[in-house]
Design a protein around this ligand. Sequence first.
Ligand code: F6R
Length: 263
Amino acid sequence: MKTTDVKAYTNGKNNGIQVFVCKDYDALSKKAAAIVSGEINKKAKFVLGLATGTSPIGLYTELAELNAEGKVDFAGVTTYNLDEYYPIDAENDQSYRYFMNKYLFNKVNIDMDNTHLLWGKAPDAEAECKAYDEAIVAAGNVDLQVLGIGCNGHIGFNEPGDKFIMGTHKVELTENTIEANSRLFNSADEVPRFALSMGIGAIMNAKSIVLVANGKNKAEAIRNALEGEITPWCQASILRLHKNVVFVIDEDAASALTEYKAI
Ligand code: F6R
């Protein structure tokens, strides 16, 4: 990665947000991996919050390479994923458990017992959500949370609405999200109608957050998150109240920003 591939942006205000705009997806993935691996290497026991979706695949591929090169060690890492479809079997190739095994867990020296996802077949969704929040708190909260962002500004499956929901909860997916996710299923009919998702509380309790986004279809959400009103109608906008957030985005995703400029 050349230094010119990544530019720091600022809006001139001294806040807890850092924004890095990367030349392309490859540079974005390398930059995000450098941040995440750097943080993991600082602590013997590390709690890593993870996202699925297409945005972090490059980051996970880079982390697996760094792991193979001996530059980051997952032996002391415990993970908590943001969300899982509901209902879904872990073995289903559309489940987020399957995704994580495929793109990260099977490729690094992590102890599988230390990888946690919400159980998509939990008989009692409410009890599952409560236990998940308790487990995260018992683990000392997330050290670093990886996030993507939906075109509607969602983080995890925290969809636009009139409030921020703090706890892990069951969500009815919006048509917008079902439509966006249907590309990964044979048809929109096969996309589960519900998900279990970490709430805004566990995300905001993470000690640091790295959000990755690429592509023109994310430009509006990124602008709303960084420059719009802080409102539950753009759930990612709440990240501006966090003290340690890094946005690692590509030029397309940055293309609607007006207040943020390259330093
Ligand atoms: C997935 C998740 C979602 C995605 C978002 C963007 O665990 O939490 O919020 O991050 O829908 O998805 P992609 O990266 O596929 O555009």
